[in-house]
Ligand binder design. Structure first.
Ligand code: IPE
Length: 280
């Protein structure tokens, strides 16, 4: 069935355009900040509350993507969901992981509403399709219409139907890429649990240095080997490659530390902040 999209807004409609300029920013709240990645389905409520407050305080027009953290990666890895369909035993696990990531999403929506935002959820399991692990379709019209009405669209890493593999993991980073390509945001900000991109894993290597900028030709300076333990979506290397592609569609692509108070709001307001800038 084709749904008619209203050509004109309803009478009396003021919407977003009346109050704010149509310049948008994309934010990905990484699962490593929102959840304890080592403990299954464990939220970090304090960080979530603070980040929701920072987003609301910025007053910026945003689309928010969040990762799955321990609400997704642990069970997805245990049942090999990143390989697509292998056997029937995975089916209950797909249902369970889809349920778990929605529990996390609900916590994000609640925190956003309490902070004064008007979030709406756009679950990829319902509005996206993949093909052999690549995102092939995303209902962008939904994002557009909710934004026009002044909502903050929120989507998240999920298990999604795949036309070749039956199902695939759709990471928040893949969603960032699709949304950046479609909306050409003013900036794309990736919120993680480290200050930015280091030459090596700063949690293990003391001499690791923070890089202020990463470009395709400086990627070889980054040692990404130790980052993949609990990750079914490609680890740091995959993440950096996707960020470089995202950077093609925005003026400013940043990776910053969401555990440090005030960094996200500063970045959203275009103030100077400790971060790594990724350029195409
Ligand atoms: C992963 O999403 C989705 C699932 C495992 C279901 P992300 O890859 O975006 O999550 P984080 O940010 O790394 O936790």
């Amino acid at each position: 069935m084709r749904v008619r999209i209203p050509a004109k807004p309803p009478k009396g409609f003021r919407g977003r355009e009346a109050s704010r300029p149509p310049i948008m920013q994309l934010v990905k709240l990484g699962g490593s900040v929102l959840t304890d990645k080592a403990r299954v389905t464990t939220l970090r409520p304090g960080h979530l509350r603070r980040l929701a407050g920072e987003i609301a305080r910025s007053g910026e027009d945003l689309i928010v993507v969040h990762g799955a953290g321990s609400f997704g990666h642990i069970k997805a890895l245990r049942h090999g969901l990143h390989q697509g369909y292998v056997n029937d035993d995975q089916i209950p696990a797909v249902a369970e992981v889809q349920r778990d990531v929605r529990v996390l999403n609900l916590a994000v929506l609640d925190a956003f509403r309490r902070a004064g935002l008007r979030p709406v959820s756009l679950p990829p399991s319902a509005i996206a399709r993949m093909e052999d692990g690549a995102l092939r379709y995303l209902d962008l019209e939904g994002f557009r219409m909710y934004r026009d009405l002044g909502f903050t669209p929120v989507t998240f890493g999920d298990v999604v139907l795949d036309t070749r593999r039956w199902f695939s993991i759709c990471s928040g980073d893949l969603l960032m890429l699709a949304l950046a390509e479609a909306f050409r945001p003013k900036s794309a900000i990736f919120v993680a649990d480290v200050d930015g991109v280091y030459t090596a894993d700063p949690k293990r290597v003391k001499s690791a240095k923070l890089l202020r900028e990463v470009r395709p030709d400086t990627l070889s300076m980054v040692d990404t080997r130790s980052s993949e333990a609990h990750d079914v979506t490609g680890g740091l290397e995959g993440k950096l490659r996707r960020m470089i592609t995202v950077a093609q569609y925005t003026d400013r692509c940043l990776l910053l530390n969401g555990l440090k108070k005030g960094r996200l709001v500063a970045a959203l307001r275009d103030e100077r902040v400790v971060a790594t800038r990724v350029t195409p």
